[in-house]
Design a protein. Structure first.
Length: 331
């Protein structure tokens, strides 16, 4: 009987130890995080502002976390493909991604069921207003000249691009057209996988206007192939102080902005989320990040995980109102 009790006690003890080890394993894994490379998904094409921001953030995270952070461009579907890849990945801290303003817009268009609450918010990193870019070989000398040409042109004659159908830069154009008393589709929209291909089409003469942030257009501007006539903001960008606002030039007090932040799949363990948010704040505060962003004229704005979640919720509500007014929202 004694032997039986002793064996049973031993077995119970072993079982308890096994259960404890199962409970401790995730905690140990989280404590050692990260122990392998991290993938950062970028929903937009290489060469654009989102890609550039993703790569500098990845570089600084890699330095701080001690593991490679590999940026992977997953484009298509007006941002749906990349944002879906982030949302559906394993919530283990090894799959993160760049969330952009389109996540506050796409579900209103019926393109996806994804929204800001589909993610674990980690940190807001950037916010930028759009500019109005034209080719240097075109006839437009200033924003007034372009505005007059738009008003005089038959609907659909002039073409614009800069992102997907219903994307933030498309909405920026629509808001400007409506503010001028025109219909939202007076200028035809040509969808693209981001600002970089839109600017390439502009330089090639395939389109007449690109509405995207001035930093995204900078390469073509510096190459002498494009120029920015105005920005849709309340004040000028200090990095592009010669570019006036719409209010200064046309008396149109209209502003809108794109933002970019880092998120992960929903269900990310809080300890890992906290570590990533701390690393993002460190990256944001670094001289390397500030020098990089300033050199390209990118706006800088930070919010931690909860702050970024609240920011996205407010952006969602704002975009819902704007898209309904423009006739882009479904339902």
């Amino acid at each position: 009987m004694t032997d039986f009790i002793d064996r049973r006690t031993v077995l119970k003890g072993a079982a308890a130890a096994g259960a404890a080890s199962l409970i401790a394993a995730p905690a140990i894994a989280q404590a050692n995080y990260p122990s392998r490379p991290i993938t950062m998904v970028c929903p937009w094409g290489a060469g654009g502002g989102t890609d550039a921001t993703a790569r500098i953030v990845a570089q600084l995270l890699e330095k701080d976390l001690g593991q490679p952070v590999n940026v992977v461009n997953r484009t298509g579907g007006s941002g749906v493909v990349g944002h879906s890849a982030i949302a559906t990945a394993a919530p283990d801290g090894y799959n993160i991604g760049m969330l952009t303003v389109e996540i506050a817009m796409m579900h209103h268009q019926g393109l996806t069921e994804l929204k800001s609450t589909s993610y674990t918010a980690l940190g807001l990193m950037n916010e930028d207003p759009p500019g109005v870019q034209v080719s240097t070989s075109g006839p437009y000398k200033d924003i007034k000249g372009l505005a007059d040409a738009i008003k005089a042109a038959p609907p659909g004659k002039l073409k614009a691009s800069g992102t997907g159908q219903g994307g933030i830069w498309h909405l920026a154009l629509i808001g400007w057209l409506v503010a001028m008393g025109l219909k939202p589709d007076h200028v035809a929209w040509v969808p693209s996988n981001g600002a970089a291909p839109g600017m390439q089409d502009l330089a090639a003469g395939g389109i007449d206007i690109v509405t995207c942030s001035v930093p995204e257009a900078r390469a073509m501007i510096d190459a002498g192939k494009a120029k920015s006539l105005a920005i849709m903001a309340s004040e000028r960008n200090p990095q592009f102080k010669d570019v006036p606002t719409l209010n200064e030039t046309l008396g149109i007090n209209y502003s809108i902005g794109a933002w970019r932040g880092i998120g992960a799949p929903k269900g990310l363990p809080p300890e890992i989320a906290a570590k990533l948010t701390a690393a993002l704040k460190k990256a944001f505060d670094s001289k390397d990040y500030k020098d990089f962003m300033n050199s390209r004229g990118f706006g800088m704005k930070f919010a931690d995980g909860p702050g970024f979640a609240s920011f996205m919720a407010a952006s969602d509500a704002s975009m819902a109102s704007a898209m309904k007014a423009a006739g882009l929202a479904k339902g």
